[in-house]
Every structure is written in C-alpha cells, then in structure tokens.
Design a protein around this ligand. Structure first.
Ligand SMILES: *Cc1c(COP(=O)(O)O)cnc(C)c1O
Length: 373
C-alpha cells in the first residue's frame, strides 16, 4: 500500500527541518563531555530566576489544562506594551505563530513575498498551505531589500514577510525603510492591503540600534500589519515554547478562533508572565550580546574572516576556503555546535550564537585551530 498517494500534495515535497544539534545528542555521538552549543540563538544566561520560581510554584497545577486565553500573559503584555488585550495573541513560540497566520490567510492561489536568505520557516508555512513563495534577492548581498520586495507585490500578493533583524544574516531594516514600505503598499481590488508579517524575534537585542524600528508603532495606521516576538531568545525560555503577536483586533479574533485551544502550556504562561516583569534579566542578555559581539568581531578581523555586523545575538561568518558544512563538521568534532547554512543557500557561511565569554573563547580557539592559524 502506497500511503504517499494520500498525503496532501503540498506536503509531499517537504524536507526535514534541520534543527541545531542538542548538546546531549552530540555527547552521545562523540563521547566527549565538554560541549558548547552556539547553534540556536538561545540566551546562555538562562531564564530569569523569577521565571524559574513561577515554574516551580505552578508545578503542582499541571494536571489542569492551561488557561486557553492566556489571560494573565496577555494582561502582562498589554501593560508592558500599552496595547489593548484585543490586539494581542499568543502561540507555542513564534514558530507556531507563523503557522497560525498562514493557516488563517494563505490560499493556494496566493503569492507570499519573502526575502532570499530570510528565516526559513516562512517558506515552509507557504509550502504547507500550497501557496506560492515569491523570493526576492537581498540588497548589498545580505539585508532585506524592501524596495525590491515592494516591486514584487502583485494583485495576487496575500502577504509579505519581513524579519527584522533577519536570522541568519543579523541585518536589519531601518525605521525609515519600514515606514516607507508600509506606506507605499497598494490596496488590492478588494480594498485591502497585503498583510505585512513582521518577525521581531530579536527585538530586545536590535532595539539598541538607534534607527531600528519598533513594529508596534506602526500598528495603529496599518491594520494589515502583524508583529510577533518570542520568549525563546533574550528571555531564555526556548524549551517552553511561547511567543506572542500584535495585530488588528479582527485578525486577533480570527486567530483566536482557529488556533488550537491549549497551544501555550501552563508552565510557559507562568514563566512568561514572570519574565516580562524582570527587566534586569533582559538588560543582562542585551549587555552580554553587545560586549561579546565586539569580542568576536575583533577575533574575526584578526583571523581575516569575513562576517556580517549583527543586530541580534548571533553572527554569520564566512567559512572560506572551507564549505560551511565542512567547518560546521570540524567544529562539531571539537565539541562546538554551530550552524551550517545550506538550507539558506549560504553554503560558505556559518552562523554562531553569541555565548558566554568562555564559550566564545573556546569557539575562537577551535576556529583558529581549524583555519590553521
Ligand atoms: C527563533 C526565531 C523565531 C521563533 O522562535 P520560537 O522559539 O518559535 O519562538 C522566529 N523568527 C526568527 C527569525 C527566529 O530566529
């Protein structure tokens, strides 16, 4: 019996997602103890002590279903970002939010505009829905070319994805660029502009740049805008899977109707609420990333390794003369987990997450060894 015959056409061509290798997996494979994971842009400082406490305090409640409406979490987000609860939704990570939006809006006849080298999960959501991804080359090589993306919009365009800052390049679009893009977008024949789905997973890191735009400022004038962020990055709750989005109340209403009712688990909600209230934790993460990026840039320069300036907590660097895959494999052998970028069509690049200073030092030491310097 050929079960493949009944799998949806749009799912048949799916390639497995390449996730950052977990530390335990590599320990098993190599039998070495000292392993550093710099692969998935987690915050190495770990979660807020307040989040840990909230998790412990809620452990005995996990026999209950979580609050389907994430009431406390939305309330905390509403207070923190000064937006009504009706403009806020939550998901099991930014990752699920991408899918919730795709499932609500994307038809097979729709075109979705995405930048080349942008976060890969958008193209996967587009493929899942059987829609058409329109891929626009980057500007100066490695940042979203919003002018070219604007030109790629047609009457069939249902949505445009913008990753700001982008993963894996670390580049960002300025306030002026984003503002001009949003203004210029034309309405379709139905009187509605294409959706702009703005991924701000690294918002807290990027906002240290003066001309970096806060997507929330554009919500009022742009009912077609959906902004989302996550607790996985600076808040260091990646393992709990919780993200949040902001949009027009009609969009939020329909996301609420169509999402799985218990998508954000009880411990994740409790930890997220506690995390929002711990500004000191965010500050520590921002400061570490800023300082350690400077250290890594300096070391890359000394080694003559080309890299891209990053607004986030990771750096994309050129692996030449090695292929990214080869450098990644050699690094693995040394106990340092990075990420090769083949699925991003960046086969001579490797992405490294900014770790603790001693982790970054180890990475640099191994890089020197691998590069023969
Ligand atoms: C990490 C990341 C996300 C979301 O991650 P979740 O863990 O699912 O919240 C979304 N977009 C980008 C660009 C990311 O790097």
């Amino acid at each position: 019996m050929d079960i493949k015959k009944i799998i949806r056409k749009s799912c048949i061509g799916f390639e497995p997602y390449v996730a950052g290798k977990p530390v335990e997996t590599l320990k098993r494979e190599l039998g070495i103890k000292n392993i550093v994971k710099l692969a998935s842009n987690e915050n190495p400082l770990g979660p807020s002590p307040k989040a840990i406490k909230a998790i412990k305090d809620n452990l005995n409640k996990i026999f209950f279903y979580p609050d389907s409406n994430s009431y406390e979490l939305k309330k905390a987000l509403s207070e923190r970002y000064r937006l009504p609860v009706g403009n806020i939704f939550t998901g099991a990570g930014g990752d699920e939010i991408i899918e919730l939006v795709a499932k609500l809006f994307f038809n097979s006849s729709d075109e979705i505009v995405i930048s080349k080298h942008a976060f890969i999960r958008y193209a996967m959501a587009v493929q899942l829905m059987g829609s058409k991804a329109v891929i626009v080359p980057m500007k100066d090589g490695y940042s979203h070319d919003l002018k070219a993306m604007f030109k790629a919009v047609t009457p069939k365009t249902k949505a445009v994805f913008i990753t700001n800052p982008n993963n894996p390049t670390g580049t960002y679009n300025t306030k002026a660029e984003l503002s001009a893009f949003l203004k210029a977008l034309p309405k379709n024949s139905n009187g509605v502009k294409p959706l702009v789905i703005l991924d701000e997973a690294y918002f807290e890191y990027a906002k240290l740049k003066k001309d970096y735009p806060d997507g929330l400022e554009f919500l009022k004038d742009n009912p077609n805008l959906i902004v989302f962020r996550t607790f996985s990055k600076v808040y260091a709750l990646a393992g709990l899977r919780v993200g949040y989005g902001f949009a027009n109340e009609v969009v939020v209403d329909f996301i609420e109707r169509t999402r799985p009712p218990f998508n954000v688990n009880l411990l994740a909600q409790a930890a997220a609420v506690a995390s929002i209230k711990d500004g000191a934790q965010v500050k520590k993460g921002q400061t570490l990333a800023k300082k350690e990026k400077e250290y890594l840039y300096k070391e890359f320069k000394k080694l003559g390794v080309k890299y891209l300036d990053s607004a986030a907590n990771f750096i994309l660097f050129n692996s030449s003369p090695l292929k990214g895959k080869e450098l990644f494999a050699k690094m693995l052998g040394e106990g340092v987990i990075t990420r090769a970028m083949d699925e991003y069509e960046l086969s001579s690049w490797v992405r490294v997450t900014v770790g603790l200073h001693k982790e970054n030092e180890l990475f640099v030491k191994k890089l020197k060894k691998i590069m023969g310097k």
